[in-house]
Design a protein around this ligand. Structure first.
Ligand code: GRF
Length: 208
């Protein structure tokens, strides 16, 4: 793995395919960043194994070791600070972060969500899109704010909904786009090319 000064902390709970797409792009040299630490609230998350395979410190932080959510989140803050992270990527992290965590890393937390926000925030997103009858769905990389799936939008990709789509088939096609736009958003942030004004995010031209 190449080393870089722009350090990522990645929070995961499950499969870790988005984590993998970021790791792959770092390995290929397209994303000038380094994953400093991976944290999971699930011991058996395959994402942890992916991290370990890449030689990255990958820790299970057990929620049961903490009396409440605030203590848990503040333990995560401690580990992320210890590793000097510049950006926190939520990649299938299935816990809501508390306000202190979000304030501590204000403007430095991003998430990938499998719909075209602000449509279909929350869970069961693909079924919601199909049931609603939308012709297009997709995915969104956005900054994380206290309200779930609400922060300024960095990148989106559009995916048509086919008439015979199931939640699974739609999820598979959207996931392929997630794997493109998530590493791309990390690259833009690592290159310091993202500016936020209110809700609007602009991307600066690349200058050496
Ligand atoms: C992805 O669909 C992502 O959009 C959502 O959770 C899923 C995580 O998948 N937030 P993976 O763990 O990255 O494979």
């Amino acid at each position: 793995m190449p080393t870089h000064s722009f350090k990522l902390g990645v929070l995961v709970s499950g499969r870790g395919s988005n984590l993998q797409s970021i790791l792959n792009q770092i390995e290929e040299g397209t994303v000038p960043a380094e994953v400093a630490v991976i944290l999971s609230n699930k011991e058996n998350a395959p994402a942890l194994e992916r991290g370990r395979q890449s030689g990255i410190k990958s820790l299970f932080v057990n929620p049961k070791d903490f009396t409440n959510r605030a203590d848990y989140d503040s333990a995560l803050v401690g580990i992320l600070k210890e590793h000097g992270v510049d950006l926190i990527c939520l990649a299938g992290y299935m816990r809501i972060l508390n306000a202190d965590f979000i304030r501590t890393f204000a403007g430095k937390i991003i998430n990938i969500h499998p719909s075209l926000l602000p449509a279909f925030p929350g869970l069961n997103v693909h079924q919601q899109a199909i049931d609603h009858g939308v012709k297009f769905s997709g995915c969104t990389v956005h900054f994380v704010e206290e309200e779930v799936d609400s922060g300024p939008i960095i990148l989106q990709a559009v995916v048509p909904v086919e008439k015979d789509d199931s939640a699974e088939s739609l999820a598979d096609r959207i996931l392929q786009e997630e794997h493109k736009i998530y590493p791309e958003a990390v690259r833009l942030l690592a290159e310091n090319r993202i500016r936020i004004e209110g809700r609007r995010v602009s991307i600066q031209e690349f200058t050496e």
